[in-house]
Design a protein around this ligand. Structure first.
Ligand code: NAD
Length: 298
């Protein structure tokens, strides 16, 4: 039998702060396949996430089909806007959500992993985070500052993670980023430079696949996921409309489920995908293949 077997592997999933997003579903699938899973959680969301976990509010979502419960090996604070501790502005560092957390930068999480587990210590890194302060604005109304912030948080952070976590990888490591069709097609409403950020992310993924392949023998891929009503997607607005449209006109006329994206992520992280790198895999019920989504079926 051909199984996805991630026993003995350690994953870091960056961008999990509740049970509604792709990151949580991917963390769960990786754990279900046998990996131990550490999380990187954005400091402004960390306190409430820990409280939800402590109070058992996520217990149902954490339950495996076997009845066992997913536990996270570590939950590290991570603000992917910062590469090293010195990049964190004083007013952020003194903010009550940051001041007791130590180094929340991308290098900080690499250092914490090294302290906790030695080096090399990690096999799978998942980048499941994005942010754009002006996401509701069309590109023509997006400020330079907002645009660059979107690209910095949502795309450059992946390059920084590959650079800083690459040296921590064990043999046959794998990186994965989450992208969206707006990287290559027009999606009105996906604004503030987010479409540009996803285009950069996918392009960087290809370049990084070469650099990380040569440097550490690691694979780098992306999943272009169909729309799902996560916390981040709800902030954009119009997500229900997008889900309903995709559900109606896709080759498979169903909404994409987080578990489907997660299963693809577990496959890409596994030895079964040892020949796959530099690839964007669509997990969107086939929507990307459509050229006309008019009303042929009413
Ligand atoms: P989500 O809200 O579960 O995940 C986004 C995460 O990013 C949150 O946990 C948030 O705390 C974190 N984050 C924001 N800024 C950060 C920062 N500076 N540092 C660290 N973390 C930060 O939503 P999601 O939709 O599951 O998003 C996960 C990924 O999937 C994103 O890359 C998103 O663009 C992508 N994606 C989403 C959809 C969709 O329809 N939901 C479709 C395709 C791709």
């Amino acid at each position: 039998m051909l199984n996805i077997d991630l026993r003995g592997k350690r994953a870091l999933v960056a961008g999990v702060a509740d049970d509604a997003g792709f990151g949580f579903a991917i963390a769960k699938a990786l754990a279900e396949a046998g990996a131990s899973v550490c999380l990187g959680t954005w400091p402004p969301a960390l306190g409430i996430f820990r409280t939800m976990l402590d109070r058992g509010r996520l217990d149902r979502a954490l339950a495996f089909s076997t009845g066992e419960k997913l536990t996270f090996e570590r939950i590290y604070p991570l603000d992917a806007d910062y590469d090293v501790a010195g990049d964190v502005p004083a007013e952020v560092q003194s903010n009550k959500r940051y001041r007791d957390l130590g180094d929340v930068s991308i290098q900080g999480i690499a250092d914490r992993l090294t302290t906790d587990f030695g080096q090399p210590c990690i096999d799978i890194v998942v980048h499941s985070l994005a942010n754009a302060p002006e996401v509701k604005k069309p590109l023509t109304q997006t400020s330079r500052r907002g645009y660059l912030a979107a690209v910095a948080t949502s795309a450059y952070s992946f390059s920084s993670m590959v650079a800083r976590l690459g040296p921590l990888l064990r043999e046959h490591g794998s990186f994965l980023a989450l992208s969206y069709l707006a990287a290559e097609r027009v999606v009105p409403g996906y604004g503030g430079g987010m479409s540009s950020a996803k285009a950069a992310l996918e392009s960087d993924m290809r370049t990084l696949s070469f650099e990380a392949g040569r440097a550490w023998g690691a694979r780098v891929n992306a999943i272009s996921a169909g729309p799902m009503a996560s916390r981040a997607a709800n902030a954009i607005g119009g997500i229900d409309l997008m889900i309903e449209h995709c559900r109606r006109v896709s080759p498979l006329p169903e909404a994409v489920a987080a578990t489907e994206v997660a299963a693809a992520a577990a496959f890409l992280a596994s030895p079964l995908a040892s020949g796959i790198t530099g690839t964007t895999l669509y997990v969107d019920k086939g929507y990307h293949a459509m050229g006309f989504t008019g009303t042929t079926d009413g």
